[in-house]
Ligand binder design. Structure first.
Ligand code: SF4
Length: 387
């Protein structure tokens, strides 16, 4: 691939029933109901990953579990195994529609749990709802919203003591109750389609809202909350971050010995009912670990579009990232690992060759070009130049 090749935009995300081919085999994304795996499900997924894939599991930015390196001829057997674990939707359409992310801090029977359960069922049943491939819902009804920085098109969240329904990109929403939230959310999704939000089957709510604003009834101001996930104890258990959002399948199986697992959108797992977690391959348990300051996509050879490897360099540069900053290393300009801006981004432009972008995305105008991985390793202060 030449360094000038445009990254391919698929416009849809892989699922389990509709996997995507990557450089290391099929990527099969499991959308665990309510973002939770029982101990038996976690052990089962780990076993299937080792039997049919390369034994590596990713957690996606929407809290889905991604099985990597699945052999094409093993996909059917894998699906049978996942179906036996209760992790497969009735069909690929239902799997794509049931794109519901919920705060991992939910409690059994609270608003988040009740609404996410009902919304998942309603979306599964809504066979006429032709939403764009990446269109998703966030249910974030704990005392403070924690998902506002996570991609979603329709949000149900807490604002003071009330619940509001909010179109992504709008500062205001419509007051709802736990009983009305689901039907109102589906009505907002239909409004988006009817108003031309996805003319050719593609489109995201925030772009549409930027053009035409929210519906008239959306007048209630949203709460503004900043949340940063850190490894360590949290109300429902303990958070363990994953290096680059990836872990060996054996780590998931071992974590399941300590509690049931909740998937989070922060490249971290929440293990229920425990405060202390063992040190296992792929886990980051110390909030001061410099690897928490770097983000790197799969890169080469795992991604077919990658122009270079990314993660070894990220590991080596992590201790040199200035305090409070963040470094994103991207195998191409698509920037999958971090679609937003970061203080520092290295975008591959060829094998072991990168452009440096400051306060931008992987596709933005670079400050420096043709930086070799070797030069960056030898002189990591290059990252700070031009500050
Ligand atoms: S950003 Fe990384 S993972 Fe995404 S397409 Fe480019 S190389 Fe692949």
């Amino acid at each position: 691939m030449s360094s000038t090749a445009e990254p391919k935009v698929y416009g849809w995300c892989p699922g389990a029933l509709r996997p995507m081919m990557s450089g290391d085999g099929l990527v099969v994304r499991v959308r665990a109901p309510l973002g939770k795996l029982s101990a038996a499900q976690a052990r089962g997924v780990a076993r299937l990953s080792e039997e049919f894939g390369n034994g590596l599991l990713d957690i996606s930015a929407r809290a889905n579990l991604q099985m990597r390196g699945i052999r094409e001829d093993a996909h059917e057997d894998l699906i049978d195994g996942l179906r036996g674990l209760g992790l497969i939707d009735p069909d690929a359409g239902a799997e794509a529609r049931r794109n519901v992310l919920l705060t991992p801090f939910w409690q059994e029977g609270d608003d988040t749990h009740a609404i996410a359960t009902a919304l998942s069922a309603a979306l599964t049943a809504a066979t006429d709802l032709a939403l764009p491939g990446k269109f998703g819902f966030a249910v974030d009804c704990s005392s403070e919203p924690v998902l506002q920085d996570t991609a979603a098109d329709i949000r149900i969240e807490r604002s003071g003591s009330a619940l509001i329904l909010r179109a992504d990109g709008a500062d205001t929403g419509k007051p709802v109750t736990s009983e009305s939230a689901v039907s109102e959310a589906l009505a907002l999704a239909r409004w988006f389609l009817e108003q031309g939000g996805a003319p050719d089957g593609r489109g995201r709510m925030h772009r549409f809202i930027a053009r035409r604003g929210p519906p008239l009834a959306h007048t209630e101001p949203a709460a503004k909350a900043g949340f940063t996930a850190k490894p360590g104890p949290v109300p429902a258990g303990a958070l363990a971050a994953l290096e680059f959002g990836q872990m060996p399948a054996a780590t998931l199986a071992q974590l399941a010995e300590h509690g049931e697992i909740r998937l989070t959108p922060w490249r971290a797992l929440l293990v229920e009912g425990t405060e202390n977690l063992p040190s296992l391959p792929g886990l980051i348990l110390d909030e001061a670990d410099p690897r928490l300051q770097v983000v790197a996509c799969t890169g080469a050879p795992g991604c077919l579009q990658a122009l270079s490897a990314t993660r070894d360099l990220a590991r080596e540069l992590a201790p040199h990232v200035p305090a409070g900053a963040r470094l994103h290393i991207s195998g191409c300009a698509k920037g999958c690992a971090c679609p937003g801006t970061t203080p520092l981004t290295l975008t591959a432009t060829g094998k072991n060759e990168f452009s440096l972008i400051r306060n931008g995305t992987a596709a933005d105008e670079p400050l420096k070009t043709r930086l070799s991985a070797g030069a960056l390793r030898a002189a990591p202060e290059l990252l700070k130049e031009g500050n």
